[in-house]
Design a protein around this ligand. Sequence first.
Ligand code: URA
Length: 239
Amino acid sequence: MERVQKLIAAAGVTSRRKAEELMKAGRVKVNGTTVTELGTKADPQKDEVMVDGVLLQKEIPVYYLLYKPSGVISSVKDEAGRRVVTDFITTDKRIFPVGRLDFDTSGVLIMTNDGEFANQLMHPSYEVDKKYIAKVEGIPSKDAVRQLQRGIELDGTKTKPAFVKVRKSDPKKGTAVVEMVIHEGRNRQVRRMFEAVGHPVIKLKRERYGILDLHGLNAGEYRELKPHEVKKLREAAVT
Ligand code: URA
């Protein structure tokens, strides 16, 4: 959702300031109703915004897969001027990330301007596989791996069963690389699960999100999603 004056300006009708004047003058309608309140918001893809009876063109939906580098915020802007995920994608559309990866996490991140699609994917019932590769402190024992697989209590509820496998261990450095596949997306879930079994995460990467992986991309690079990929991701949301 965006402020109506912003949508009018983005459609190239006039400046944001002048759009506000048009609103105050009662010349703007959203879905047939005149809106004079400057805080009014509308969905650029779903709502019909009219200026003097002329319909604004709806924004064409776009879908990207970004290989988010670590050290970047999963947001569209940052007050402190740090790098954000939208800095990596060249587009005139108002895109935003679907969910978030931590500042220090790298990997698959979907970016879109389609709010409905984003809501579907972020809904708690949307349980596609998310595969993470974590470098952790220490070498998890069989028992720790089993605990991670069966579920860890976070904020009073247990995490759902996960696939967990130690891929590599370095006894000299006292670190291990562990693969974990989860279906939920709770806040800092992977880091908190490893912390709970005494193996803090040193480095974290999301290698796969449902059908999407990082194949062919380097950190900071992106590509457009193919229509069949968007379709598959949507279908996964309704099952
Ligand atoms: N789990 C985490 O702990 N961090 C992420 O960025 C994603 C999943």
